[in-house]
Design a protein around this ligand. Structure first.
Ligand code: HGY
Ligand code: MN
Ligand code: MN
Length: 418
């Protein structure tokens, strides 16, 4: 069996994998070398079409589900066995990098090709998956496709969500599936999965700093996201005295300043980000009548997130006056611990392949945090340059991407025979 396991990783082709990244990076490519391929955009549809063309060339089965998750299936000897699944997302941030998410999808596809090229049969089917709307920057919440698949969010509620311009997700999904048609698996999303393993760039500096090639991911920290809406009163910038103003932006800045202060923990573990701010009507000489902004909070300990959610409510009630304000909690994902069987197997395969590695938690959220509720799951990290991500200059080395894929295919093959 050991010899067969070696063959699958030996069939991983670094150049083919790198070339596929280059082709995908054309879709939504930006002048700075990043990508703007937001969920359910024309660029997202083009990426789906390209992936399906590669799958069809290898006679892998392709199908989608009611939230648009895209599956590429390589059959196993036991068609009824719950599959082993691997993948990530193809949607990107507006100023995203070419590896965030895409690496996990292409590594999973490369694993299917390597098993095929090595002529290795597995007991379970092996599926590569591209989850819908992981980033959650256009439509919220993020990790939407995997969460609907795992039964965490209701399909109908997600179909009814709107982007910042008021486009309804159901309509954008319809456009995408029209542009990139795939056989639809009927019924609600979700099916039995045996194991799930996701490859991803680390999106942080730790692997590079430690000169390690493989991150054996043990957990994903907890995350919560809010939308804060403040209602002021539009007024003339020149004539309206301060005492008479209901300035929504002044209220927002008081809340923001207080929250930056409250989340400024001594050990720099709590992550607090205000990433999207809308000021209306947006005229230089009209006092803002409405401000909407997002809050993204992360921490390994849910109790800390809970405590800071309480602080947020207290600060908004004190600092928004005289403007009424509302807080909507869009997501609350508890910290995820991965399955030790998968963690140990990732570590063992990295060792067998003589790749430097270290155990580490994930600071970023991933689809694996939802799929880990369905089945034993884990992740494999590879370094990215200076740990930079959610930025067009995001970069990774072809050799690291291939190394992570070699570990992935050996892990998938072993799990597909359990
Ligand atoms: O926000 C996240 O953690 C993920 O990169 N979308
Ligand atoms: Mn990602
Ligand atoms: Mn991301």
């Amino acid at each position: 069996m050991e010899a067969a396991v070696k063959r699958s990783s030996g069939a991983v082709q670094e150049d083919r994998l790198w070339q596929r990244h280059a082709e995908m990076a054309e879709l939504g490519g930006t002048p700075k070398g990043g990508v703007n391929r937001q969920a359910l955009s024309a660029e997202d549809a083009a990426a789906r079409t390209l992936l399906m063309s590669w799958a069809k060339a290898r006679n892998f089965a392709v199908f989608t589900d009611a939230i648009g998750n895209l599956f590429v299936r390589r059959d196993g000897a036991d068609a009824k066995a719950p599959p082993v699944m691997s993948g990530s997302h193809m949607d990107s941030q507006p100023t995203g990098g070419r590896f965030d998410g895409m690496y996990g999808v292409l590594a999973a596809f490369e694993a299917l090709e390597a098993l095929e090229d090595a002529g290795i049969r597995t007991r379970r089917p092996v599926i590569a998956v591209a989850w819908t709307n992981e980033e959650g920057s256009r439509f919220q919440p993020g990790a939407m496709g995997s969460a609907v698949f795992a039964g965490v969010y209701k399909l109908d509620e997600m179909l009814a969500t709107k982007d910042w311009k008021g486009v309804v997700l159901k309509d954008a999904l319809g456009e995408t599936l029209k542009a990139a048609p795939a056989p639809m698996r009927d019924g609600n999303p979700g099916f039995d999965v045996g194991f799930y393993v996701e490859a991803h760039i680390e999106q942080g500096p730790r692997l590079e700093a430690a000169h390690k090639t493989i991150g054996v991911v043990t957990a994903i920290q907890g995350s919560r996201r809010y939308i804060v809406e403040i209602d002021g009163e539009e007024a003339h910038a020149g004539t309206t005295p301060r005492a008479a103003r209901k300035d929504a932006y002044a209220a927002a800045t008081r809340i923001a300043a207080a929250m930056y202060e409250a989340t400024n923990d001594a050990d720099d573990t709590l992550r607090f980000t205000i990433g999207h701010v809308e000021v209306l009507p947006g005229s230089p000489n009209t006092v803002p009548g409405k401000v909407t902004f997002t809050i993204d909070m992360r921490h390994p300990d849910d109790a800390v997130l809970e405590a800071h959610e309480k602080k947020l409510h207290d600060i908004v009630s004190r600092k928004a006056r005289p403007c009424p304000a509302r807080i909507e909690r869009v997501t609350s994902v508890a910290p995820t611990g991965f399955d030790t069987r998968v963690i140990d197997l990732v570590r063992a395969k990295a060792q067998a392949l003589k790749l430097s590695h270290m155990d580490m938690p994930s600071g970023a959220g991933h689809d694996a945090m939802h799929i880990a509720r369905l089945c034993p799951a884990g992740m494999i990290f590879v370094p990215c340059e200076r740990g930079i991500s959610h930025n067009e200059i995001e970069n990774a080395a072809p050799s690291d991407l291939a190394a992570g894929t070699r570990v992935l295919v050996e892990v998938l093959q072993e799990l597909a025979n359990r």
